[in-house]
Design a protein around this ligand. Structure first.
Ligand SMILES: NC(=O)c1ccc[n+]([C@@H]2O[C@H](COP(=O)([O-])OP(=O)(O)OC[C@H]3O[C@@H](n4cnc5c(N)ncnc54)[C@H](OP(=O)(O)O)[C@@H]3O)[C@@H](O)[C@H]2O)c1
Length: 251
């Protein structure tokens, strides 16, 4: 019989931290032992003792924590499953360096539904390429720190890749782009709304001359992300050091 996965948690005092902890204890106790959590570590040595005792650290914290978390996992020899969004090039580089020593999975969204939407977008986008104006609207709770959401960027990246371009070359960030100028072609426009306790909604519109094709995903409960992260933690346990994605888990 395989021993239970020893799990640690970064961002334990946060909304997602609370769900990961509760779900691990309530629904995954046959396969996962919850060892402990930290809310915000100020240096690597604060987190390292936990990392040395566990198989996988699940992280839902803040981009500013990424460097400490990646280094502590690499030093402690545990895998990392991170859902923290708002990461810049520097933080992604820290993850990449650590993935030479331990397996690492970063995903802006752990819900399976979002990844099904992503697959559909990769099919749809090239079919509508010539005529569609593409808009991505995301809505989140009032406390969300980053915009556009990591999921909106992920979905935009999937569309851009399917169209043979990159997000860097095609994205138009929230602004007032229509004053005195018409909407530019071959661009993907992003917009964000913040309010209340919206868990996360992503809507993608392909505005064509005589029709509109819309895909929308709504997360109704944060448990959907916590469940996906725990499934990813169980999956990554036996993997070699490398950067992985949710596509790897789902396929
Ligand atoms: N991938 C996904 O599926 C998914 C789903 C939902 C959310 N997320 C992302 O997960 C992260 C956490 O989301 P959440 O809703 O749980 O956030 P939250 O409620 O604000 O919790 C953030 C956690 O990180 C800690 N933290 C550490 N350093 C911090 C810093 N410099 N600034 C702020 N907080 C810091 C907080 O500690 P204190 O309590 O001490 O402040 C808290 O434990 C965000 O990046 C969010 O976008 C990802």
């Amino acid at each position: 019989m395989t021993a239970r996965l020893r799990l640690g948690l970064a961002g334990s005092s946060g909304r997602m931290g609370a769900h990961v902890r509760a779900l691990a204890v309530e629904s995954f106790s046959d396969t996962i032992e919850f060892v402990g959590g930290v809310s915000r570590a100020t240096n690597v040595s604060e987190l390292a003792p936990l990392c040395a005792q566990i198989d996988v650290l699940v992280d839902f914290s803040a981009a500013k924590q990424m460097s400490i978390i990646a280094r502590a996992c690499a030093d402690g020899g545990c895998a990392l499953v991170s859902g923290t969004t708002g990461l810049g090039e520097e933080e992604m580089q820290e993850l990449s360096v650590a993935s030479r020593l331990v397996p690492i999975l970063h995903a802006a969204n752990f819900s399976i539904g979002v990844h099904i939407v992503a697959r559909a977008l990769a099919e749809i986008a090239p079919l509508l390429k010539e005529k569609a104006d593409i808009e991505i609207l995301e809505k989140h709770h009032r406390s969300k720190a980053d915009a556009p959401s990591g999921t909106a960027l992920f979905l935009g990246g999937v569309i851009a890749y399917a169209l043979g371009t990159s997000l860097q070359d095609s994205a138009v960030w929230p602004c007032l782009p229509y004053k005195d100028t018409p909407r530019a072609q071959d661009t993907i426009h992003f917009s964000s709304q913040r309010g209340g306790d919206v868990v996360g909604t992503h809507r993608i519109d392909f505005f064509c001359p005589e029709e509109v094709v819309t895909l929308e995903h709504q997360a109704l409960d944060r448990r959907v992300f916590a469940r996906g992260a725990l499934q990813a933690a169980l999956w990554i346990r036996a993997r070699a050091p490398k950067m992985y994605t949710m596509e790897d888990v789902l396929s």
